[in-house]
Each structure stands twice: as structure tokens, then as C-alpha cells.
Ligand binder design. Structure first.
Ligand code: SAH
Ligand code: SF4
Ligand code: F3S
Length: 481
């Protein structure tokens, strides 16, 4: 029998693009737990799959916390799950294709178990065409919820379960900032802490300002309290998260910046402190100064360049030039000589010329990144760049992508090779997934190390002698003082 559809709210890109001047509210008590759901959930299990960036990883941790409050427990076995949630990413088309493949595959499980609930959330659900497609041709999906609708997840599930309806609730506009949402963190060693939500940069290729709404910084007191609690729980590493951490606070404070926050969090004495992502646009010298002043702030920066061509950067709306970007890198290396540096690069932005691309290669050569995430441009419906008539053929983009990857890998191999023989400090996160006899963790400069060592040292910082450099990881042996 076809279920009745309760279309509570649908996404709209035009609404999502608006930026209101009214200050946002902070909600410290948003969670509602329907009574009858608690009785139902007593022995129910959920499985969640997370796609995309750290923002989604933390959202999934909150979703897990919310489900636990109702009594759900987690499983990693699809066959055993009473509720399957996909937390999706919309950044590129191939990310979306993966999700549709997954939804298709879930049809089989739904056939075998009619009580199974399939719920889809995340950035893809903020796109009107995607939600329409799910509504029309994927009847196995029971619930669609947006990135701003996570706090009402239990109320929505209650309606799906007890009213036997298909429910769609996606707000286009961000509402409040939610504090105190329950959270089940995936690691006991390192944690991510949101410092701001949304993004107002509107780079012309990017969907995030539409899927995540306007920039909303969390209050410094709320962030610092969360970090202090993590320190008290024994966490060793905190990553401060935002789409543009450098613009933290601009929507809240007159003179409290990201540099101020970084300094205050460093003072909680967390063993290691990281942050991401930094947009080159709002970078301030104070940040470098704070970074060099506090030993617990890791010497590592992810600084997306996107392109080495000023013309492409201008058309992307990135608001820096190659020269100013290089100056930033020079200053960074002057103040923090051992700094680890990584980046993001988009190849094949509409009408990128061979000359533009050469400038990207030259920039990569100049910056000598430890690692770089490279992407072929993917048009995102509703963004300005998607409306540009693009004359660069796809084969040319692929061929450029291959050349870029070759250079990135050459530099990466050299950089990782240079670590051989050194003794580096590694925060041990656990055993390696590929080889249980090895421990795994990262250096402060964000290099992955797989090594032979003492499993009792999981959760601690140990010294590792590097024996071999590979493509984006190191091998080594733990050394005892
Ligand atoms: N806020 C971060 C980036 C978040 S998205 C920043 O500005 O640095 C992560 C990366 O995905 C971006 O840096 C960009 O390189 C890539 N990306 C974003 N939109 C894309 C698109 N439409 N096609 C291809 N890559 C894209
Ligand atoms: Fe996207 Fe640009 Fe915002 Fe990063 S800064 S999330 S690339 S719009
Ligand atoms: Fe993807 Fe949304 Fe993050 S589009 S990259 S999950 S903010």
C-alpha cells in the first residue's frame, strides 16, 4: 500500500540563497522526545552511513546522540537494522551518484522487512530536484530531513512509525543555533567541535552556502565549555570546525576573532589543537602569532588554493590572487618553519585554459604541499558557475587532472620521504584497519603513520622512528626513551 505523504516543507534554492540581517537565536533546549517512541525503541537498532565532510561527521554524531536518547542502539549490520539513515553530501555529482546507488540497493532490504525505516538527511536533501526525485521514484524512502531539521528527528520518526506516513521536512533557511544536542562521539581520543555553521562566501562553484545557510558563529563561552569538558573526559585532540574558521566571530563580536578563540581554547591545555578549514581571504597575522606562541596548537594548515590562475580565482569569487596566496604561505613558513600544509584544487572550472592550468601547476610547485585534495569541477545546480557555458572538453579536464595528480604525488612522495630517519611524535588512535598488528595515528603536522608499537599506548602521544615514506603515509617503529 502506498503511504500517505506528509510534505511538511520542501527545499528552495532561492530561499536558501537569502541572507537575513536579523540576528539568529540560540536554542539550548531543542530536543523533544515523544513518549510513545521510547517504548517502541527499546530493542530497536539503527545504522547510519555518513558521506562528505567533517560537518556531516559531527551531524551524524549528534544524530547518534539523539537516537540513543530515544533508546535506539547502533548496529553496523544492515540486515539487523530497524532504521537506516544516510547522511548525504552534495559537493560534487559523484558524491550524489554514490548515494543514489545506495538508496537503490536498500530496496531489497525494504522488501524483506516492511517495518524497516529508511531516512535520508544531509546536504543533498537541501536540493529541490533531489528531493523531488526521491519523492517520485524512490518509494522505499520513508523520511527526508534537511541539515536544519536534525533536532526534530525524533518527532519526524514518530510520525513515520505511528502515523505510517512518508515525511519530508527540509527547511531552506537556517533557524537557530542548537546547543546541548546529545552527542555520541566516534573517537575517545580526538573530537571535532563546531565553532560556526554555514558559509557566506558564495564561491561561484559551491553549493555549501545553500545547503548550510548563513554563517552563524557559536558563542565563545559555549565553545570553550565544550572544549573544557572534552579535556576533562581525557580527549587528547580537538579540531575546531567551520567552513571558514578565519571569519569566526564576525557575525557576533566587535573584537573577538578566530585568533582570540584559538588562544582561549589553547589555554584549556588540550594536548593537541587543530582547526579547519581556513579560507585564505580572512587570514590574519595574529593567527600565525597565536599558532607560534602555543605549543599545543598543531603546526598544520589546510589552505585551499583552488586554482593558480588569477582569472579563474576571480571567476570563482575567491577574492585573493596567486601573489597574495604565496605571500601568506611565505609568511606562514617564516613564522612556523616546520608547518604542514595541504590544499584543495579544482581542475576544469568552466573555460579554464591550458595557460590557467599551467599556473595551477606552477603554484603547486611553489607551495610544495604535503598533500592536496584534487577535484574535477562538477556543476552544481543553482550556483552561478553552473550557468556558464563551458567549452573545455571533459577529456581535456581529465587529462589535466592526471597531470596535476602526478605532480601532487611526486611532491607528496618527496615530502614523506624526507621524514625517514626522523623521530616524530604520534597520537596513537588505534590499530590500523588494514593490518591489526600495526598501530596508527597522526603527527602534529597531520601525517598518517602506521607503526609497530605498544597497543597499551592507544590514546597517548608516542615517539616513532620513521622507517619508510609512502604516498601520503609513513611507516615506523615506536621508540622508548
Ligand atoms: N569551506 C572550504 C571548502 C569546503 S568544500 C573552503 O572554502 O576551503 C571542499 C572542497 O571541495 C573545496 O575546497 C573545493 O576544492 C571542492 N569543491 C567545492 N565545490 C566543488 C565543485 N562544484 N566541483 C568540484 N569541487 C568542488
Ligand atoms: Fe564553499 Fe567557498 Fe564557502 Fe568553502 S568558502 S564552503 S568553497 S562557498
Ligand atoms: Fe558535503 Fe555538505 Fe560538507 S555538501 S562537503 S557534507 S557541508
Amino acid at each position: 500500500m502506498k503511504k500517505e505523504l506528509d510534505l511538511r516543507s520542501e527545499p528552495s534554492l532561492a530561499e536558501a540563497a537569502k541572507r537575513s540581517k536579523t540576528p539568529f537565536k540560540i536554542n539550548y533546549d531543542a530536543l523533544i522526545i515523544p513518549e510513545r517512541l521510547i517504548a517502541y525503541c527499546a530493542n530497536k537498532k539503527y545504522l547510519i552511513r555518513t558521506y562528505g565532510c567533517q560537518a556531516n561527521v559531527v551531524d551524524s554524531e549528534n544524530i547518534k546522540g539523539i537516537l540513543a536518547k530515544a533508546g535506539y542502539s547502533e548496529t553496523e549490520n544492515l540486515e539487523e537494522a530497524d532504521l537506516i539513515i544516510l547522511n548525504t553530501c552534495a559537493i560534487r555529482e559523484n558524491a550524489e551518484d554514490k548515494v543514489f546507488g545506495e538508496i537503490g540497493a536498500l530496496k531489497r532490504l525494504k522488501k524483506a522487512n516492511n517495518d524497516l525505516i529508511i531516512a535520508i538527511g544531509g546536504c543533498m536533501m537541501q536540493e529541490p530536484t533531489i528531493v523531488k526525485k526521491i519523492e517520485k521514484i524512490y518509494p522505499q524512502v520513508d523520511l527526508v530531513f534537511g541539515t536544519h531539521n536534525i533536532p526534530s528527528l525524533l518527532t519526524l520518526l514518530d510520525e513515520v512509525i505511528f502515523e505510517k506516513k512518508r515525511v519530508i521536512e527540509v527547511y531552506s533557511k537556517e533557524g537557530e543555533v542548537f546547543e546541548n544536542l546529545p552527542i555520541v562521539r566516534s573517537s575517545k581520543v580526538k573530537a571535532s567541535v563546531n565553532i560556526q555553521y554555514g558559509c557566506d562566501k558564495f564561491c561561484t562553484y559551491c553549493i555549501v552556502p545553500y545547503t548550510r545557510g548563513k554563517q552563524r558563529s557559536r558563542k565563545k563561552e559555549d565553545i570553550i565549555k565544550e572544549c573544557e569538558e572534552l579535556v576533562a573526559l581525557g580527549y587528547q585532540e580537538i579540531t575546531l570546525l567551520g567552513q571558514n574558521v578565519n571569519s569566526y566571530g564576525k557575525d557576533l563580536y566587535e573584537d573577538y576573532t578566530f585568533a582570540s578563540l584559538l588562544e582561549d581554547v589553547a589555554k584549556t591545555n588540550i594536548t593537541r589543537l587543530r582547526f579547519m578549514t581556513s579560507h585564505p581571504w580572512d587570514f590574519t597575522k595574529e593567527m600565525f602569532v597565536v599558532m607560534s606562541k602555543y605549543k599545543n596548537i598543531c603546526p598544520f594548515i589546510h589552505l585551499p588554493i583552488q586554482s593558480g590562475s588569477d582569472d579563474v580565482l576571480r571567476r570563482m569569487g575567491r577574492r585573493y590572487t596567486l601573489e597574495s596566496y604565496k605571500a601568506l604561505v611565505d609568511e606562514l613558513r617564516r613564522l612556523i618553519p616546520n608547518v604542514g600544509l595541504s590544499t584543495d584544487i579544482i581542475v576544469g572550472f568552466p573555460n579554464e585554459t591550458e595557460e590557467d592550468f599551467q599556473k595551477t601547476l606552477e603554484a603547486v610547485e611553489y607551495c610544495q604541499y604535503d598533500s592536496a585534495f584534487t577535484f574535477i569541477y562538477s556543476p552544481r545546480e543553482g550556483t552561478p558557475a553552473a550557468r556558464i557555458k563551458d567549452t573545455t572538453p571533459m577529456e581535456v579536464k581529465h587529462e589535466r587532472f592526471d597531470r596535476l595528480l602526478k605532480l601532487v604525488n611526486e611532491i607528496g612522495l618527496k615530502k614523506y620521504g624526507e621524514c625517514v630517519g626522523k623521530v616524530m611524535e604520534v597520537l596513537v588512535e588505534g590499530t590500523s584497519k588494514k593490518d591489526e598488528t600495526l598501530l596508527t595515528g597522526y603527527t602534529d603536522t597531520m601525517k598518517l603513520v602506521n607503526f609497530h608499537g605498544n597497543p597499551n599506548h592507544i590514546g597517548k602521544i608516542v615517539k616513532v622512528k620513521i622507517t619508510k615514506g609512502h604516498l601520503f603515509y609513513l611507516s615506523g617503529e615506536e621508540v622508548n626513551d
